[in-house]
Design a binder for this molecule. Sequence first.
Ligand code: BES
Ligand code: ZN
Length: 403
Amino acid sequence: MFNMTKLIMTLSVMMFFSSAFASSPILADAKLLKKLQIPIISTQADLNIGFARVSEADKERISRTAHETGKCGGYQELEQVNEQTVFEDFKVSLAREKKYLNFKKSLVKNFRFSQFDPKIRDAVREVSDSEIGNWVSWLAGFGGRFHASSNPNKHTVALADKLRQMVSGLAYPATVTLVQHRRTQQSSVRLHLEGSTRPHEIVVLGGHLDSINWSYFGDKNQAPGADDNASGSGALLEALRVLLKQGQPERSIELMFYAAEEVGLYGSTEISGEYKAAGKDVVAVLQLDMTMHPGSGENVISSETDFTSAWLRDLLLEWNKNYLNVKIIADECGYACSDHAPWYKNGYSTLMPFESHTDKMNSKIHTPNDTLNSSSSLKHAAIFSKIAVIFAMDLANSNMRQP
Ligand code: BES
Ligand code: ZN
């Protein structure tokens, strides 16, 4: 009896310590880690991110503080890491940023990447708010798109079918693929539109299709995810409707609807890693994640400055002058907050326009109340659909690339 009691006591003590001190490798905003006095093992100064090993309790503190300052989760959990090389992958992209800054210094004052094109202006005018609304309602109507729900591919299979219908009868090759993953049963959905003259140069437009309910007592699949991120996916799908009327692009265009973003960017991490390993020439990657909540006002959007490429952010400002005429404020996520980050880490150029300043973001995301409602603006979402149209048309029919 005595031995039994001792055994139980020892086991409980062990369980207590292992849960309290279990340490997960994460990347997070270095300022935030310092503020919370969490030891930083190594850091990347240009991106202001720190690598740390933290307990469950620390993860909660990071998330809570991030939320108070208008951020979301606040950290990215890493699968397996080598402490010495955790920032190694970013080096290619960061060296390019420096190169671009030098290039900029050498330029004549009124240098422009892009010229006004009436075909793009006309395409932009075709974007319809209500078509975006239809997609958002359709996606929000699945009763959750959580990656580990009992039926995690109900909506991915349905979307792949819709995409096949949309491209049937197209005068040039188009392929729809359900991309399977290692870390989740959920598939990403990919549409490849074959380029005419330079098919191996690829322009990627993406957003995550999954959703999550992080409410403490909730079922994780009770997540309509209307703003986060049926609104980004819907904006892409409406852009596709317009793009399919334009004839074959010179470069290939790929639309990606990523799986399992909400639990750690799984879909985009695997896909961008495979593209890098295969040496694919991806010219630029657009990420649309949340487009429908005009938190900083109608016609005001932000452009994330971390894990994104300065040349594409500058290009966005040119496009704005030529076709959009909205206010664009620079902002930062502070951590790898969405699917553009793995692409950037893998050496590709990225852009992430966002619905508002992050401190004015939609407070209903990750709850059962993230619905299409009276505070949603489809007109606002249409700005992002227009950005997608311009991004695809201008980049897939020119020689533009990272200088
Ligand atoms: N849409 C959010 C990201 C977001 C929220 C960006 C607010 C900007 C402002 C995204 O779906 C998300 O929740 N991402 C996770 C990332 C994590 C799992 C790596 C987050 O922010 O916690
Ligand atoms: Zn999201």
